[in-house]
Design a binder for this molecule. Structure first.
Ligand code: ADP
Length: 463
């Protein structure tokens, strides 16, 4: 009886530590907008890097022809071909091929990694050639999705700043990314023009904009989390004299590294960060994304175990967490199965199973609501939060709210229904129903790859 009381205390403390009342979310919204300003004002001015992408024209829907994309940035590497019909939303077809990256290539030499990429691409076009009569040596236009921090020098060139996500190829840091790829294509006898170098959020924004021209931002919530949006060039103070035909440019926020004292942080977050390979880095991401949520739950359950013996020794993963959380059977049979089969905890009474669901709920609710605050922070920065800011592109104050679309993608948002509901709900709560009517969160699919092919199209001389 006393043990149960101690466990309930752990849950209560967690709930209080993770509390995100709308007032606090609004403080986070303000902090995001302020940090965005600071990151745009000077290099290193904020934990938000606010990287220039040199993408100034998003796909219009008029693009025509066959374009390719390579998507590198996680465990899988993908090749795509997209056929565009020239009318909005008419992606005639697209083919995708997915390959795991051999682990030794992630920590080996630049040349080996890029030769592997070029050879997978070559096999892809060789197969296509037999079907369509496309000669192998014909010039192809390609967009390269390279989801690591890059200092761009143009829409199709940039220097790798550092590796993340388990990649560590030392001789590549500081090098021109596209030059490495281009050399590998040449060694493999392929004539490919890399017309765009982008990260996954920019690809998602491009696909979102292709389908709906009111799309102004894109958010990824998968293993990690990040966002990008369209900024006015005159607001990018750290790059004076930046001129684009559209007057705007896509900015890659690298928002996973956002930090503010208003974020509700618990001892589990502090410990998780200290035990991570990158302490004091990616603080926002560690409270939100799939790589960490299951780990926070594991730490809470472990703490409960230390206070009592209601669970055995356990480990957890985010998809299992989602399955437990969404178990709607009256006696929580799925929670029982997961605890038994995977965590090897047997005969857990119903009230303890309910407790596990509670922990998942608290951790996911906080994550989703913070992501929502991040999104509204972007809207606030660009005057689309209904607070009567400046209407994009014009200097006339206007309280009329324009239709505003945010593209969202990533395994956590797509597959975790409770996360999605909490996020959508919090956006409405922060903005108020009136304004929220004009804000649409739109899920895209394969945007990181398809979007890069679209950007290759809009930046190619053929369109
Ligand atoms: P990535 O971000 O690595 O490019 P995804 O966008 O597909 O790839 O996201 C994969 C992540 O999504 C996984 O690491 C996992 O944390 C999360 N995820 C996948 N499926 C589920 C699920 N059913 N419930 C909760 N999270 C999930």
């Amino acid at each position: 009886r006393r043990k149960w009381g101690r466990v309930i205390d752990v849950l209560k403390e967690l709930e209080e530590g993770c509390d995100t009342p709308v007032g606090r979310l609004k403080q986070v919204v303000d902090a995001v907008a302020v940090e965005m300003h600071a990151g745009l004002a000077s290099e290193g001015g904020s934990k938000l890097r606010m990287l220039l992408t040199f993408v100034d024209n998003l796909p219009s829907g008029r693009e025509k022809g066959t374009f390719y994309a390579l998507d590198l940035g996680g465990t899988y590497f993908r090749v795509l071909r997209v056929q565009l019909g020239g009318q909005r939303s008419s992606i005639l077809s697209h083919d995708v091929e997915r390959q795991p990256i051999p682990e030794h290539l992630m920590t080996g030499r630049t040349k080996d990694l890029f030769d592997f990429i070029a050879s997978v691409f070559k096999q892809f076009v060789e197969r296509e050639e037999s079907g369509s009569g496309y000669p192998l040596d014909r010039r192809r236009d390609l967009g390269f999705t390279f989801s690591f921090p890059v200092k761009q020098t143009s829409v199709s060139s940039g220097i790798l700043m550092k590796w993340t996500k388990g990649f560590a190829i030392e001789d590549m840091v500081g090098k021109e990314v596209v030059a490495c790829l281009q050399e590998a294509f040449t060694r493999n006898g392929l004539d490919v023009r890399v017309a765009a170098l982008v990260n996954d959020t920019v690809g998602t924004l491009a696909l979102g904009h292709y389908h709906d021209a009111d799309t102004v931002a894109a958010v990824i919530i998968g293993t990690g989390t990040n966002a990008c949006y369209v900024e006015r060039t005159d607001a990018i103070i750290k790059c004076q004299g930046l001129l684009t035909t559209s007057g705007g440019m896509v900015v890659n926020m690298e928002w996973g590294n956002f930090w503010s004292s208003h974020l509700p942080r618990t001892s589990y977050d502090v410990d998780l960060d200290a035990d991570s390979p990158n302490p004091n880095d990616q603080g926002f991401e560690k409270m939100i994304s799939g790589m960490y949520l299951g780990e926070i739950v594991r730490r809470v359950i472990l703490r409960m175990t230390l206070e009592s013996d209601i669970f055995g020794p356990v480990s957890s993963k985010t998809p299992l967490m989602a399955a437990m959380h969404e178990d709607d059977s009256p006696d929580l049979t799925e929670v029982e199965r997961i605890l038994r089969d995977i965590l090897e905890v047997r005969d857990v009474p119903l009230k303890v199973r309910k407790l596990a669901v509670n922990v998942c709920d608290v951790v996911t609710r906080r994550a989703a609501r913070l992501a929502a605050a991040g999104i509204v922070g972007i809207l606030k920065k660009i005057g689309r939060d209904g607070s009567g800011g400046i209407v994009s592109g014009r200097s006339r104050p206007d309280t009329r709210m324009r239709r505003t679309v945010v593209a969202i993608e990533g395994g956590l948002y797509t597959n975790y229904g409770m996360f999605r509901e909490y996020l959508n709900e919090a956006v409405v709560e922060i903005l108020g129903e009136e304004v929220a009517q004009h804000v649409i969160l739109r899920e895209t699919e394969d945007g990181s790859g398809i979007g890069a092919a679209l950007l290759a199209a809009s930046n190619s001389s053929r369109n």
